[in-house]
Each structure stands twice: as structure tokens, then as C-alpha cells.
Design a protein. Structure first.
Length: 397
């Protein structure tokens, strides 16, 4: 149900928002050059941090589904481009935190996202609604979040407001449902957020229409994705990475596997199809609840998910794993978490990373503890941006 790609690669910036929007770094750069520069930057961190590099670097993996319209989630912000100007809805302006650029022609999302953004902005202007002012903490409109099931064609729409004034929920829903879209809206939500922090803080969520989740499929498994649960942004690219990662492990049969920083348990469930038992650990309780629900839906009864800080959970968990998989956030792992992981003395550790810089830092510590990186591969899951994913297989010396 993927909509037709409507943009082509060329040597000049082709996004009409590229002058102001800070979302894309490589507008106008030919894709092979993007890959080369990103790979060079990522591998440069290992030199910078005096970190051991994998004995074998595989060729960088290009984006599996193309470089446009790959994102399954966008969080847009209400605001204005100039102080006191007309209402805008989109992304922060380059170098100007208080200014918001309307991105109704964004290339990284499908046509449906652009249509939903346009309608929401027009509706808000017609109703005379005001943006939430981050300095004086007044106003109604804060964010618009759109999520999409790439494999299922399901859309979940969430408008984030304060409670300071009325919002015509019924008319908003009617307008959305009248849009001619490629995919199907399955849920429309309103999140209430009066927190002064400039972040989406779901103090309460109201279902205006439909349901509060969408469905997705990865590697033959079903996933129920709720409004605020983490899920990989580029599904097809993530699927390739996960399958490659699990494929690096020679034999999972009969093994107890720890999947640390497991999120909603995607890798855990892929491992559970071959391993004897998988223990997933994740700090975010909502993600753990989703992981449990998804494992039950997929009839995988050999998964166990624990909510809590990785180091603290492992301190209180007394079974010894045969294999450890880690997929930490961008900040990487703390020194004490790495020390705890190495204390098990497992023969292999599989490191999935969304930040090559912190991967390099952690590998230096692993090397000091007796582990060497055998294999590494970079994945361009986020074309046009500076972000890369990677996998690295470590072996105990």
C-alpha cells in the first residue's frame, strides 16, 4: 500500500523547504555520495576514539525501500515562522528553535502525511486556534503526530493540545475522514499536554474515533503499535538489519538469550523463534507492556520482558545467559552496564547501534575487558539525514 514515489534524485535541492527546514542534511547530494560520506564519518569515530574496528567491515547497506517517503512516523509542531506571524505546522527552522516551518511537501513521508498536515493547518486557521507559546505557556495547539503501518496501510493521527480552550473534536474528525488518502485511518486521538516542557508529555489521551493503535508486520510477526510506543521509523530497512543481525549468530538452539534495551521486543521475538528462552530488558514500562502483548499475539511463550534499568535488573537476575544482544539508545551504554555484561563471560555479544560514535566508545571498553569486534556493518536507514544504524558482532578472546 506504499504510495507512488513522486520525487527523483538529482544534484540540486529539490525539496521546497530545504532552505529553512533543519530535517534533512543531504538535500541535493547524489545518493552514492551520501553513503560514502556517512560511512567515512562513522568509521572516523573509531579513529577519533582510538577504538578497535571490526576485523571485517561489510559494505554499507543502502536504504532498502528507497530514499524518499520511508518514515512511518512524524511529529509536527505548531508555531510561526516569524514572531506574531500566521500559524505554521511542521519542523523547526535551521538554527532557530522558536521558528516553525510548514513542511507540507516533505519528501520523507507519504502523500497521506502531507494531506493530513495541510488539512489540520487549514482547519486550525479557519477555527482561529492559537499555537501554544513556549515562552509564556499559553495557547491551544502543540503538535500533530502521524503514524503509519507500512505493511498494513493503517494510519493513526494524534493531535496534541493544551486544555486552555475549546477544540472542535467532532468537526476535526469529520474533516479527516473525508480526505482522499492512499491508506486507511484507523484511529484519531487527542492528547492533552499542559506541561511547560517543550516535549510531548501525554498527561491524558482521548480516542476521538476508531482505536488507539495501528498494526505493523516485520519478518512475519505482527506488532501492535500504540500512540507513544517506540517503533523503528523505517520498517523495511529495520527488517533487513534485524534479519542480518540474527543471522550472524551461528546456533540459537537451546540457548538463553538476554536482549538488553529491547524496546517493544522486535529483536527478542525474532530470537525467540530459534532460541530456548529470551529475556528482554527495557527501561520504558509502556514499551515492555507492548512487548508482552505482541509476544502473546505472536504465540511466543518463551519470551520474558522486564521493565527497569538494565544494570539494576541484571544485578537482581541470577540466571546466566548463553548470548547477549544489546540495542542501546543513542547515548550508548554506561561503563557499569558494559562491565556487568562482560562479567557473564558469554562467547558472543551482538551490538546493534543507532550511533557509531557511542558504539566506538563502548567497543574500547569491551576490548579492555577481553572482547574483540569480528564483524561490522553500517545501515543507511535514514536517507537525507546524518543518522546511521549498525551491527557489530563481538567475540570473547
Amino acid at each position: 500500500m506504499t504510495s507512488k514515489q513522486s520525487f527523483n534524485i538529482n544534484s540540486k535541492p529539490i525539496c521546497p523547504h530545504s532552505e529553512f527546514c533543519g530535517g534533512c542534511k543531504y538535500q541535493g547530494v547524489e545518493y552514492t555520495k551520501q553513503l560514502a560520506e556517512k560511512e567515512s564519518t562513522a568509521r572516523g569515530y573509531f579513529v577519533e576514539k582510538d577504538s578497535p574496528e571490526p576485523a571485517k567491515w561489510d559494505e554499507i547497506q543502502p536504504a532498502k525501500s528507497g530514499i524518499y517517503e520511508y518514515r512511518n512516523k512524524m511529529e509536527f509542531t505548531f508555531g510561526d515562522l516569524v514572531k506574531g506571524g500566521e500559524l505554521t505546522l511542521g519542523m523547526h527552522k535551521k538554527g532557530h528553535f522558536m521558528s516553525i516551518v510548514t513542511v507540507d511537501e516533505c519528501q520523507l513521508v507519504s502523500r497521506d502525511f502531507r494531506e493530513i498536515l495541510k488539512y489540520t493547518l487549514e482547519f486550525a486557521k479557519a477555527m482561529g486556534y492559537e499555537k501554544y507559546n513556549k515562552k509564556i505557556h499559553t495557547g491551544l495547539l502543540r503538535n500533530l503526530i502521524v503514524r503509519r503501518g507500512i505493511r498494513t496501510g493503517e494510519l493513526l493521527i494524534n493531535i496534541v493540545t493544551s486544555t486552555q480552550s475549546e477544540f472542535n473534536e467532532e468537526e476535526f474528525v469529520e474533516g479527516l475522514l473525508s480526505l482522499e488518502l492512499d491508506d486507511k485511518i484507523v484511529g484519531i486521538l487527542r492528547t492533552f499536554n499542559d506541561n511547560i516542557a517543550d516535549a510531548v508529555n501525554p498527561e491524558s489521551v482521548k480516542v476521538l474515533w476508531g482505536r488507539d493503535y495501528y498494526m505493523e508486520k516485520i519478518s512475519g510477526l505482527d506488532f501492535k503499535v500504540s500512540a507513544f510506543s517506540f517503533f523503528q521509523t523505517n520498517v523495511e530497512a529495520a527488517e533487513k538489519l534485524y534479519e542480518d543481525a540474527v543471522g550472524l549468530i551461528n546456533d540459537l538452539g537451546g540457548k538463553l538469550v538476554f536482549d538488553l534495551y529491547c524496546g517493544t521486543g522486535t529483536i527478542s521475538q525474532l530470537l525467540a523463534r530459534k532460541a530456548d528462552h529470551v529475556v528482554g530488558v527495557e527501561l520504558v514500562e509502556e514499551a515492555v507492556a507492548s512487548a508482552r502483548e505482541n509476544a502473546e499475539m505472536n504465540r511466543l511463550d518463551n519470551c520474558e520482558f522486564i521493565a527497569g534499568d538494565v544494570y539494576k535488573v541484571l544485578e537482581g537476575y541470577h540466571k546466566k545467559p548463553d548470548l547477549i544482544v544489546v540495542d542501546p539508545p543513542r547515548m550508548g551504554m554506561s561503563e557499569k552496564a558494559v562491565d556487568k555484561i562482560m562479567s557473564y563471560g558469554v562467547p558472543q555479544i551482538l551490538y546493534v547501534s543507532c550511533n557509531p560514535k557511542t558504539l566506538a566508545i563502548n567497543l574500547k571498553q569491551f576490548e579492555a575487558g577481553g572482547y574483540e569486534p569480528l564483524y561490522g556493518k553500517l545501515y543507511d536507514n535514514f536517507p537525507m539525514t546524518g543518522h546511521l544504524e549498525s551491527i557489530c558482532l563481538l567475540s570473547r578472546k
